[in-house]
Design a binder for this molecule. Structure first.
Ligand SMILES: NC(=O)c1ccc[n+]([C@@H]2O[C@H](COP(=O)([O-])OP(=O)(O)OC[C@H]3O[C@@H](n4cnc5c(N)ncnc54)[C@H](OP(=O)(O)O)[C@@H]3O)[C@@H](O)[C@H]2O)c1
Length: 286
């Protein structure tokens, strides 16, 4: 007999989820929760009515609404809007819904850089506030839905909110861990080091190569081979084991010469060279 894969269905009691913001993250999480029967997707609000309808179609459930006041009480609210809008959405939500909320609903946002205090107006009403940051690049929804299982997810905020969110995230394949509210900014800065700075370093290197006459047509190949090499070495040997270059060797005269030349070429890149060399020397134990 051929075994037929059975979709995982949560054994958690199904609770209602409202979405404020249903872009890449909102749609991805709601799609997985709907498929796994974790939450009943209830009302969906975005900034444009047509995108709320598109989101409900993509998720396969939910009712698009055009105004906050049209949203029904729900057990859990996900505020998946852009970081800069979270505080304003929380304030408007608190002002609009204070009379109609379910008893102490859970509300969370998805920002890596902000903590649950961005939802303070709702905490003031007795809502249980949290943040849930999934460490995945949600570039497009179908891919993110496929890739989500195994994603690390940082939970922060009110303990009773985390107690609701942790099993819900775990049920769609997230690996949850706790981050203290006061550590959230440093936690997110670490992700910036881990990923966001890589393209910047690459761009500086390519500008400097072009300034020194390296043919432009060689750059894609240089980029691919050096990055692949670095990724292979770092994943195999760890960051300290993969170190190479003048700072890794503790060659202080070479570092000083290069820092000066880089500073003359581009003062900001010179500062970065100096700071990164100091970090390299520390990592190499010099
Ligand atoms: N993208 C990632 O890789 C990633 C990874 C981890 C965490 N996050 C975090 O997840 C959160 C959402 O990011 P995202 O990438 O999903 O953003 P996004 O794709 O730009 O989607 C934002 C959504 O919020 C809606 N919106 C904006 N202002 C609103 C308002 N005032 N009221 C109601 N809805 C509003 C937008 O409506 P329209 O559809 O009408 O424009 C859109 O549906 C952010 O906190 C972000 O830092 C993102």
């Amino acid at each position: 007999m051929v075994a037929v894969p059975v979709p995982f269905v949560s054994e958690l009691p199904v609770t209602t989820l409202n979405l404020v913001g249903a872009g890449r993250v909102g749609r991805t999480l709601a799609t997985r929760w709907a498929r796994h029967g974790v939450f009943e997707i209830q009302d969906v609000l975005t900034s444009r009515p047509e995108s709320a309808s598109e989101a409900c179609a993509a998720i396969g459930s939910g009712r698009p609404v055009s105004w906050l006041a049209d949203m029904r009480p729900a057990d859990v609210w996900m505020v998946a809007v852009q970081d800069a809008r979270i505080a304003a959405v929380a304030a408007t939500l608190a002002a609009t819904l204070q009379a109609g909320a379910a008893t102490n609903p859970v509300v969370f946002h998805c920002s890596g850089a902000q903590n649950a205090s961005s939802l303070q107006p709702l905490a003031d009403l007795g809502w249980r506030t949290a943040s849930a940051h999934c460490i995945l690049s949600f570039a497009d929804v179908p891919t993110a839905v496929q890739q989500f299982a195994g994603t690390a997810c940082a939970l922060e905020g009110d303990a009773s909110a985390r107690a609701v969110l942790e099993p819900a995230f775990a049920a769609i394949g997230a690996q949850c861990f706790a981050v203290a509210s006061e550590d959230k900014v440093l936690y997110h800065a670490a992700a910036v080091f881990a990923t966001n700075f890589l393209p910047v370093l690459q761009a500086v290197a390519e500008d400097a190569w072009q300034a020194t006459g390296v043919p432009a047509e060689l750059l894609p190949q240089l980029r691919a081979s050096l990055l692949r090499n670095a990724v292979d070495n770092i994943t195999r040997l760890g960051p300290a084991g993969a170190l190479t270059g003048p700072a890794a060797r503790g060659d202080l005269p070479a570092i000083a010469r290069q820092a000066q030349v880089v500073r003359d070429w581009d003062p900001l890149a010179g500062e970065a060279y100096q700071a990164l060399s100091a970090l390299t020397l520390r990592l190499a134990g010099h």
